[in-house]
Design a protein around this ligand. Structure first.
Ligand SMILES: Nc1ncnc2c1ncn2[C@@H]1O[C@H](COP(=O)(O)OP(=O)(O)OP(=O)(O)O)[C@@H](O)[C@H]1O
Ligand SMILES: [Mg+2]
Length: 369
């Protein structure tokens, strides 16, 4: 078993408190993705799990064993870094087998494990090359191979694909998902990339300022963000936030009076909030649409920019009283307007979100009978 449990982890660098109390349970064989803004402590947490950094307080448990005082090499983990630093004078096979050689593993066994890892990563034909004769993606796979040969129970990945171009990143992402299925190992993966987080993670943990904002499945985080931070962090283009005030209820939806004076609707339970309370209505670009003629609950916008993506267009529009541009995704069935057009937009009430003035999400409306 290689589950990972973190209890009450804190970390201070001198008087700089970087991790402020983290509890996290990662099941054996689970693929967990850590996301969060730069400097929020993701790499520090990975290094704590790896044993490369000591905690200021708290407990790190791997496979049911408290590891705080266990050497990194004895924790059954392997870490893959963003800068993969292969030894330039060694072949691919030598690079991959180096840690085993240091550990005194017999030659035959090293050969066998390197061969098997190379097969999994489809780099068998590269084993005799030196790193300078490899592409970036091939080098990255060697770095992953170096981790695989050690047969760790837990893999730690710190933005392993960020040096690759978009196409290669996509391809390597698919390979990582396959690798996870094949090895069944626990994987903890740090990334800045939305798509990587949503597609690879069985669980996503959103970090901010040294604490966990929310942990859950990709769908839970996308459909039920606990707060404005998580809502704005996941999803691309990001969620739009429209400031307004509560203006009553109608047909079990909450009415929000937007700054421009128009009323928008959202399915939420705002029964505990005082009438007129300041709120923000959150709506993703894919859940906004252009209003039909004479449609109610629409608000005005002026198109500032249209980005054509091929299968869809992203329309950026200025809305009175909304500080940022509002983005709207138009697919084939809704022709994109042109720059300068004045349009009216409608929120999909069932898919929109409501946040209080502190950024906490209101519960969804109770299910209708
Ligand atoms: N050895 C260290 N000594 C002092 N401060 C450190 C040390 N390592 C990290 N920090 C600080 O801790 C904070 C968190 O750093 P960390 O590398 O964990 O962030 P991160 O979330 O991985 O960011 P990024 O996404 O940019 O990689 C930063 O403010 C950083 O400056
Ligand atoms: Mg980092």
């Amino acid at each position: 078993m290689a589950n990972v449990r973190l209890y009450g982890i804190t970390k201070e660098f001198e008087d700089n408190s970087v991790i402020k109390g983290i509890d996290l349970d990662i099941a054996d064989g689970e693929f967990v993705v850590l996301v969060g803004p730069s400097g929020c402590g993701k790499s520090t947490l990975l290094r704590i799990i790896a044993g490369l950094e000591e905690v200021s307080s708290g407990v790190v448990e791997i496979g049911g064993v408290v590891c705080n005082d266990v050497e990194p090499s004895r924790r059954g983990i392997a870490m893959v870094f963003q800068s993969y630093a292969l030894y330039p004078h060694m072949t691919v096979a030598e690079n991959m087998g180096f840690a085993l050689k240091l550990a005194g593993t017999p030659r035959d066994e090293i050969g066998e494990r390197v061969g098997r890892a190379a097969e999994i990563l489809q780099i068998g034909h590269l084993l005799d090359r030196r790193p300078k004769a490899l592409s970036g993606g091939q080098r990255q796979r060697v770095a992953i191979g170096r981790a695989i040969v050690r047969k760790p129970g837990v893999f730690l990945f710190d933005e392993p694909l960020s040096n690759l171009d978009a196409a290669l990143r996509g391809q390597t992402r698919v390979e990582l998902a396959r690798l996870h299925r094949e090895l069944g190992a626990t994987m903890i993966y740090v990334t800045h990339d939305q798509v990587e987080a949503m597609t690879l993670g069985q669980k996503i943990v959103v970090f901010n300022g040294g604490v966990i904002e929310q942990a859950g499945t990709p769908l839970e985080l996308y459909e039920r963000p606990a707060n404005r931070f998580v809502a704005g962090f996941l999803g691309s283009p990001r969620m739009n936030f429209l400031p307004g005030n509560l203006a009553g209820e109608e047909d079990e939806t909450v009415l929000v009076r937007l700054a421009c004076g128009a009323i928008a609707r959202v399915e939420a339970d705002a029964s505990n909030a005082p009438p007129g309370a300041r709120v923000e209505l959150g709506v993703r670009p894919e859940h906004l649409r252009i209003a039909a003629d004479g449609e109610e609950h629409a608000f005005p916008a002026e198109v500032a920019l249209v980005e054509y993506l091929g299968d869809a267009a992203i329309v950026h529009a200025a809305v009175p009283g909304v500080p940022d541009m509002v983005a709207l995704k138009c697919r084939g069935d809704c022709p994109a307007p042109l720059r300068g057009d004045r349009i009216r937009l409608v929120v999909d009430a069932a898919r929109a979100h409501l946040f209080d003035e502190h950024g906490a999400a209101f519960a969804r409306a109770p299910a209708r009978p």
